[in-house]
Design a protein. Structure first.
Length: 278
């Protein structure tokens, strides 16, 4: 199995599409950080106004932690798209170029092939999120500095620097798990077709439509909302609540895990039924 995963990672590395996400982040993040550097005073004043007269703010509260928190709130359509660029190729590309015919002649089971491809896709997903964290936290710390993290979305939460690092690590870990669900959905579509475009379109269509349903205040949509997997994408946000709601985090991850398992089972069923002539 490890050999299959290693081979799949080499395949991912060899595809030019796999680098689009890293290239995009390498362009987007410096632009965002540059904007934060030049607009930090305005953002600082906005935060101070939100805090009202409750606190006396000394120094600049706008640092790499707050910048990363804002970035994570802003990229929940962009990051899934970058994930699909690699996940969409995971199965479909091998079907279109005939690699499956060669692989299956080695007496490797189709299930092992799928599992190795999915795990390699997960590794790619985690690497992309870690790369994003490197830019926002690593480079961001050099540009904006570090300090206390103050969030005001769910009430006022003040974390000192050591706590902020822990919460950021937890939030990115949760974000990786969320994006693995996106990768599994795209993987499922990839097992159904022989081109990478269809899985990308199908995945992003479902995500965007789900967000639209959640954003329309109609009773019928409110009843549907608990069954939409994107509703639980905000589990990373729970890392910035005090105390950390571990029960709620476990529930959301459990639901996303069930969706991922369902997506993978559908992929297995379709792939086992697929006619691949050797």
């Amino acid at each position: 199995m490890l050999g299959l995963i290693h081979n799949e990672l080499l395949v991912i590395i060899g595809r030019w599409r796999s680098y689009i996400g890293f290239f995009g982040i390498s362009i987007l993040m410096p632009l965002i950080l540059w904007g934060f550097v030049h607009g930090s005073n305005e953002l600082h004043q906005d935060y101070v106004r939100e805090l009202g007269g409750t606190f006396m703010v000394i120094g600049n509260i706008f640092n790499s932690f707050l910048a990363t928190y804002i970035i994570m709130n802003s990229l929940w359509i962009h990051i899934p798209f970058l994930i699909t660029l690699a996940a969409g190729d995971s199965v479909a590309a091998d079907g279109s170029n005939g690699i499956f015919r060669i692989t299956l002649t080695r007496s490797v089971s189709r299930l092992k092939i799928l599992v190795s491809k999915l795990l390699a896709t997960y590794i790619y997903t985690a690497t992309l999120l870690i790369f994003c964290a490197f830019w926002s936290l690593g480079v961001g710390s050099l540009v904006l500095g570090t300090g206390d993290l103050i969030t005001i979305d769910n009430g006022i939460l003040i974390l000192d620097e050591s706590q902020a690092w822990v919460r950021m690590a937890l939030s990115f870990t949760l974000a990786i798990l969320v994006m693995c669900t996106v990768a599994t959905l795209c993987f499922m579509f990839s097992a159904m077709v022989n081109n990478a475009v269809g899985p990308i379109i199908g995945t992003m269509f479902l995500i965007i439509i789900s967000y639209m349903i959640m954003g329309i205040p109609l009773e019928i949509f409110e009843k549907i909302e608990p069954y939409l997997f994107v509703k639980y994408f905000n589990v990373w946000w729970d890392a910035f609540k005090d105390p950390i709601p571990w029960g709620e985090i476990g529930k959301k991850l459990g639901i996303l895990g069930l969706y991922s398992a369902g997506f993978f089972c559908i992929a297995v069923y379709v792939f086992l039924k697929k006619d691949i002539k050797t």
